[in-house]
Design a protein around this ligand. Structure first.
Ligand SMILES: [Zn+2]
Ligand SMILES: [Zn+2]
Length: 150
């Protein structure tokens, strides 16, 4: 993530905290910075590992709680979970994902044609569809190369 965008997200977080009277804890800020720096749709454990580089004393539960708080504030989103665990996404704007079926690698993909897909007129009963996210699934380059070698 480029430095200007990164700072923008941190400022947004600071404003949200102030507006809601939430304490701007160093832990929450460290968790946000980790997810912005990782840029890999990390799992909570990956975020934890990254944060412990700077704050060795931070525990897993605090990282989990901070991630959920950031999701609740609309600063980050929960992405798809290609594996068994939730992946967090520092982006909140509409975008789509390429997902590797072998290693669960998640990559952002921008494509206007995907974003402009009309929502199908399906009977969802009491469920209101507000947006759509497309997952394009396949095999990433790394896995393809590993397969070719193996
Ligand atoms: Zn892969
Ligand atoms: Zn994403």
């Amino acid at each position: 993530m480029d430095p200007a965008k990164r700072q923008e997200r941190i400022d947004l977080f600071t404003q949200h905290c102030a507006a809601r009277g939430l304490p701007l804890t160093v832990q929450r800020r460290a968790v946000l910075e980790a997810i912005l720096d990782l840029d890999t749709h990390p799992t909570a454990d990956q975020v934890h590992l990254c944060v412990t580089g700077r704050m060795p004393e931070i525990n897993r539960a605090t990282v989990y709680r901070s991630l959920e708080t950031l999701v609740g504030m609309g600063i980050i989103t929960k992405a798809c979970h290609p594996g068994r665990v939730v992946r967090y996404d520092p982006r909140t704007d509409p975008h789509h994902h390429l997902i590797c079926l072998h290693c669960n690698y998640v990559l952002d993909v921008e494509d206007r044609r995907l974003t402009e897909l009309p929502l199908p007129k399906i009977d969802t009963g009491s469920f209101t569809v507000t947006e759509h996210r497309v997952q394009l699934r396949g095999i990433c380059q790394k896995c393809r190369e590993a397969e070719a070698i193996g």
